[in-house]
Design a protein around this ligand. Structure first.
Ligand code: NI
Length: 275
């Protein structure tokens, strides 16, 4: 959105500079342009090669779908670096039979988009809710199958957790998740690295945790979210708790009143380092 004018300005500046160089040194410029073109082509070739080189796991077998290109440039994000007033609301551990549809109504009435880190047992149990989440413009992320502590699992166990959850999400919605969140935020830097390499997922943590799972009450959850929010922030909520859903109208309305806008996690990551 706001990024496009910036990009256009940069391009315009680049063109002005190119025009000046053209007048001064035509042969040099010709070489420079050719190099730029080559460089662009090379980048494309490199990313295609990386995709081909990615180990083929069982998660790639779902309808023959290939994994999408990696999101962002980092192995992990707990927030993104931007001064623009965007935040990502994330909801973990669902979907839940009644709380998630109630939450979706609240989000819809405010035209707010969020990201849902779903657990595969619930993904399989509530495929209609999964499809509703996607149909209403929200994003789905991988939150494993058993919701165990990944740091206590072997590499093959973690791989199974993520691939089975990936498959369940694709089976329910037809859409592949592009990010993952480790249960309890527990993950090693080595796991972050190979998970991104194999699955294309950055590991998504958070910058604001209202500890809603301790059930402090809806108004406290809302106040913690509002007071903790900063540009580029990632807000953690659990849509399996009724009181957390009760907190959302107030939390969202206060954040909107403060000038925040809500985007999905991959949209937020796209703003990282962009002003
Ligand atoms: Ni969780």
């Amino acid at each position: 959105m706001r990024l496009h004018p910036t990009v256009t300005v940069l391009k315009t500046r680049a063109h002005s500079l190119a025009a000046a160089l053209f007048a001064l040194a035509l042969p040099f410029l010709a070489g420079s342009c050719a190099n730029q073109k080559k460089k662009g082509m090379k980048d494309t070739e490199v990313s295609a090669t990386q995709e081909n080189a990615r180990p083929q796991g069982p998660w790639n077998a779902v309808d023959g779908n290939r994994l999408p290109t990696s999101v962002g440039t980092k192995d992990s994000y707990s927030k993104v670096n931007t001064s623009m007033p965007f935040v990502a609301l994330t909801f973990d551990d669902g979907p839940h039979a009644t709380n998630t549809p109630r939450l979706l109504d609240i989000l819809k009435s405010r035209n707010v988009k969020a990201t849902f880190y779903v657990v595969a047992t619930n993904t399989r149990r509530y495929p209609e809710i999964m499809r509703r989440i996607v149909a209403e413009g929200h994003e789905i992320g991988n939150h494993t199958v058993t919701h165990g502590n990944l740091t206590k699992m072997s590499e093959s166990e973690v791989r199974k957790e993520l691939s089975a959850s990936h498959e369940a999400i694709v089976a329910a919605t037809g859409v592949a998740p592009r990010t993952m969140r480790p249960p309890y935020g527990a993950i090693t830097s080595s796991q972050k690295s190979w998970i991104r390499r194999e699955f294309g997922y950055p590991s998504i943590l958070w910058s604001v945790d209202p500890e809603d799972w301790k059930k402090p009450g809806a108004s406290i959850v809302a106040n913690r979210l509002v007071s903790g929010a900063r540009p580029g922030g990632i807000l953690l909520v659990h849509d399996i708790h009724s009181a957390s859903i009760d907190a959302m109208p107030s939390a969202i309305d206060q954040l909107l009143a403060k000038g925040f806008q809500f985007v999905t996690v991959t949209q937020l990551i796209a703003m990282d380092g962009k002003g």
